[in-house]
Structure formats: structure tokens, C-alpha cells
Design a protein around this ligand. Structure first.
Ligand SMILES: Nc1ncnc2c1ncn2[C@@H]1O[C@H](COP(=O)(O)OP(=O)(O)OP(=O)(O)O)[C@@H](O)[C@H]1O
Ligand SMILES: [Mg+2]
Length: 323
């Protein structure tokens, strides 16, 4: 929540511009300053600065809700709680689909269908709610240049032939998926940092990052001293921004992450690059998530998502919840 932009906290445009000139854009940036520094930057009195801090704190503090409220919302409006994957077995395992307001990390070896799954989910998010969609736009951050518009249209026309019966509907669906090819860590981070405005202006209902790991692996050789810390800091920053966006806008955020190391209960994990990993959200392949709201979906079967007519669950799925 501290990643919230100051512009959205009710401060005047003039004050936001003034703070912006000192590179203070988010609530977190503001909280890092002492009262004295804030007085200097804003040119305001001690009392006014205290009031300012109170306003910003109130605006970015997580809203209190009871378990009853959460449960009621889920029961009354399951559409708001999950984005169904349209794969019956998978939806059953996930209790309704990919959770809104949380990060979902899809992990698995190369070729198991992570990108195909993301393309499918981006299609589903654009569909009207009466047929299980979120009726929204999608931001798809593609770090491997593997997104295929042809495949998207193929999935749409094969899975929903009754709905996509005209060229206009296909056009409208494809124009709602905003694809960003970001090929460096810096560009991925910049894109994630700019998503808040985009989610509001474009009414985005799903964010996908495919994949979080590939650019990081390319740029950070962990054998070099200091690189592991830098990599962890970058992933932690990305994860906290994405978690904030998911929670603030109650939308699902899907990340993919390729597993390059064979995992087993006893074997050490050597190179599973993951925000979940770096935030210590997960322990090991069979372990329990210790904190946070990242759900992991492990895909193992190479042809699982590739064929749009197949529906049986052939992958091995795992969803661990907060303990
Ligand atoms: N246009 C397509 N039509 C049908 N099947 C496809 C198509 N493109 C890819 N596939 C199938 O989907 C499988 C999974 O590919 P995908 O790119 O989703 O894997 P991935 O898990 O994202 O791999 P990586 O980790 O290397 O990115 C491929 O092995 C291929 O058989
Ligand atoms: Mg892929």
C-alpha cells in the first residue's frame, strides 16, 4: 500500500508537483523523510507537515475488513473473487480460478505451457462477465517475445465459437490486450512502476508478467559478488509493487517463472528465480508458504495447455495457502 502514488491520496496537484521535483512520488518516498526534511521540501509548518503525514497514512493504510465481509463478498459475487480458467479440473483445484487481489505464480519447466496459459487467461479476462470473464483490459508484459496474437485468436475462435462469431468481436477482444515487450530488468521495473495509472485509465482487470525470471537470469550472474543481493532487491521491489496493484484494484496478477533446476523434497533449490522465493514466501517444492498471498501453480506436462480442446487436468497442481 505504501507504493500508492501521492497523486491518489488527496494531496493538491501543486504539492504533488513540488514533491515530484524532489523525486518523491509514492507514500513510501514521503515516509522515508524526517519531519524536518518534509518541512524543507514542502515549505510548510511543523503542524501542517504532521497533518500531511496523517492524510497520506490514512489514505494508504490497508482498509480493515472482517472475515465475514470477505466471505460474504466471495459468496455473493464469486465473479469478483476469481477469474475462472475455463478448465474445469483446474478451476476445481483452485476453488474457482485465479484469485483476484492476489499474485499467482505459474511455475514449471520450459515448454510446459506457461505462456499458453497466460494467453488463455488474457483472452478470458476480456470476455463479458456473463460468460465468466472480467469484461476488462489486460496488460501483458512479455519479456521473452513469445506472445502470439495468432494463437490468441485461435484460442478465442476454438473455445468460444458462439461468442466470437464476427470479425468485430475478435477485433474488440484483441485491442483490449495491451502487450509490452520489455527485454531488460530496468524496463520491466519501469513498466511495473507505471502500471497504476494505466490500470485506472484503461480499466485493466488482469496483469500478466511472462516471465519474471528470464531477464533477471540474463542480467545477474549470481556467481559474481553482490549480484544475488541486487537480484533479490529487484525481485522484492517488483513483487511488492505487483502485490500492491493486485490488492488495491482487486485484480488477479499472474507471473510465470521457469524452473531450471530439478526439484525434490530433499534436494536444495539452486536457481529458482522468483519473487516468492526472494520474499521468502515459499520454502520448497513441497513446503508451505509462510507469508503473503502468492499462490503457486506447478505445471509439469508439456502438452497441457497447448491444445485448446483438451480439458482434463494432466498437470500437477499445487496451491499452498497462508498458514
Ligand atoms: N500456436 C500453438 N498451437 C498449438 N500449440 C502450441 C502453440 N504454440 C506453442 N504450443 C505448444 O505449447 C507448448 C508450451 O509452450 P509455451 O511456450 O507455453 O511453454 P512455456 O512453459 O512458456 O515455456 P518457456 O518456459 O520456455 O517459456 C509447446 O511445447 C507447444 O507444444
Ligand atoms: Mg513461455
Amino acid at each position: 500500500m505504501a507504493n500508492k502514488k501521492l497523486k491518489r491520496t488527496g494531496l493538491s496537484q501543486e504539492l504533488c508537483d513540488r514533491l515530484g521535483r524532489h523525486h518523491i512520488h509514492t507514500c513510501q518516498d514521503l515516509f522515508c523523510l524526517s519531519l524536518l526534511e518534509l518541512m524543507k521540501v514542502t515549505g510548510q509548518s511543523y503542524q501542517n507537515v504532521q497533518r500531511l503525514l496523517q492524510t497520506v497514512s490514512k489514505s494508504c493504510a490497508p482498509r480493515m475488513q472482517t472475515a465475514y465481509d470477505m466471505r460474504k463478498r466471495q459468496v455473493n459475487d464469486p465473479i469478483l473473487a476469481f477469474l475462472p480458467t475455463n478448465l474445469d479440473s483446474l478451476d476445481k483445484v483452485l476453488y474457482g480460478g485465479v484469485a483476484c487481489g492476489a499474485l499467482t505464480e505459474v511455475t514449471g519447466p520450459s515448454g510446459c505451457g506457461k505462456t499458453q496459459f497466460c494467453i488463455l487467461m488474457s483472452l478470458l479476462a476480456t470476455l463479458p462477465s456473463c460468460i465468466g470473464g472480467l469484461n476488462g483490459n489486460v496488460v501483458f508484459i512479455d519479456t521473452e517475445s513469445t506472445f502470439s496474437a495468432e494463437r490468441l485468436v485461435e484460442m478465442a475462435t476454438h473455445r468460444f465459437p458462439e461468442y466470437f462469431d464476427t470479425e468485430e468481436k475478435i477485433l474488440s477482444m484483441t485491442s483490449r490486450i495491451h502487450l509490452y515487450r520489455e527485454l531488460t530488468c530496468e524496463d520491466v521495473l519501469k513498466r511495473i512502476e507505471s502500471l497504476e495509472e494505466e490500470i485506472i485509465s484503461k480499466k485493466v482487470k488482469l496483469v500478466i508478467v511472462d516471465s519474471v525470471a528470464s531477464v533477471v537470469r540474463k542480467e545477474f550472474d549470481t556467481q559474481l559478488q553482490g549480484n544475488l543481493t541486487k537480484r533479490s532487491n529487484l525481485l522484492a521491489r517488483e513483487a511488492s509493487l505487483l502485490k500492491y496493484l493486485a490488492e488495491e484494484f482487486s485484480i488477479p496478477v499472474i507471473l510465470t517463472n521457469q524452473i531450471t533446476t530439478r526439484l525434490s523434497r530433499n534436494a536444495p533449490r539452486i536457481d529458482l528465480v522468483s519473487p516468492a522465493d526472494d520474499l521468502s514466501l515459499s520454502e520448497d517444492y513441497c513446503g508451505k508458504i509462510t507469508f503473503g498471498s502468492i499462490f503457486c501453480v506447478f505445471l509439469h506436462h508439456p502438452k497441457f495447455w497447448s491444445c485448446s480442446s483438451r480439458r482434463e487436468l494432466t498437470g500437477h497442481l499445487k496451491r499452498e495457502q497462508q498458514t
